[in-house]
Design a protein around this ligand. Structure first.
Ligand code: HEC
Length: 194
């Protein structure tokens, strides 16, 4: 394997994590075998990655391989930064970095959330008739899965986190889309209290 010795979080680029979590995880999510089986020869594995990930440089393929290894060994998504601790708002610039190269998907680490109810608002524009919003936690439990009509430029959804865990948002569409703003708020008994 290439350059795996001493691999730490900084070595994996955000873009690789976005590709993995939007193009690969739907099949590889929750594979917690603790190790790679390596029954695919390297060339076949590379072909498989190119097939699902699109045109990618060798360095990127290596990182995707590492991300699958991490998922199998740690049984979780690779660590990412979250804007929740600051203000719970992701602006256009932050979101652009969390978009897949094909511009059809976003993957956002919402944060390590306490159990409770949350409101998530997603604003954007696109030519899709509709797109899909999912919220999933570190243990690969799904909390919300919704088809949103793209005509509405803002979608608001609520989900109840039943345990403290890392929570993630995945947005996927058939055509390119642009998100301008994302906002996450904890909902207290008397309304929004964060
Ligand atoms: C449609 C489902 C699907 C998607 C999407 C998918 N995979 Fe896979 N992947 C599989 C299956 C099934 C296998 C096992 C194939 C086999 O072993 O014959 C596999 C095997 C692999 C292997 C070999 C693992 C081993 O233990 O030898 C790697 C590496 C891999 N995938 C990486 C990726 C990456 C990176 C992506 C995204 C670019 C991706 N896969 C997308 C289903 C998928």
């Amino acid at each position: 394997m290439s350059a795996t010795a001493g691999t730490c979080a900084e070595d994996i680029q955000v873009e690789s994590k976005i590709i993995f979590n939007t193009a690969c995880a739907r099949c590889h999510e929750g594979e917690c075998s603790g190790r790679m089986s390596f029954h695919l020869p390297k060339s076949a594995a590379d072909q498989h990655i190119l097939h699902h990930g699109g045109e990618l440089p060798p360095e990127r393929i290596g990182q995707l391989f590492e991300l699958l290894r991490y998922m199998k060994e740690e049984c979780s998504f690779y660590p990412m930064a979250s804007a929740y601790e600051q203000d719970g708002i992701w602006d256009s610039d932050e979101l652009t970095q969390l978009r897949s190269p094909a511009r059809q998907a976003y993957f956002v680490f919402l944060g390590d959330l306490e159990a409770g109810s949350y409101r998530l608002s997603v604003q954007g524009e696109n030519d899709n008739p509709e797109y899909c919003i999912e919220v999933v936690n570190s243990e690969f439990d799904y909390y919300e899965k919704q088809q949103v009509s793209a005509k509405a430029d803002k979608a608001v959804l609520q989900f109840s986190a039943d345990k403290s865990s890392g929570y993630y948002l995945r947005v996927t569409a058939g055509e390119p889309l642009v998100l301008h703003k994302l906002e996450l708020q904890a909902i207290g008994k008397n309304g929004v209290t964060r």
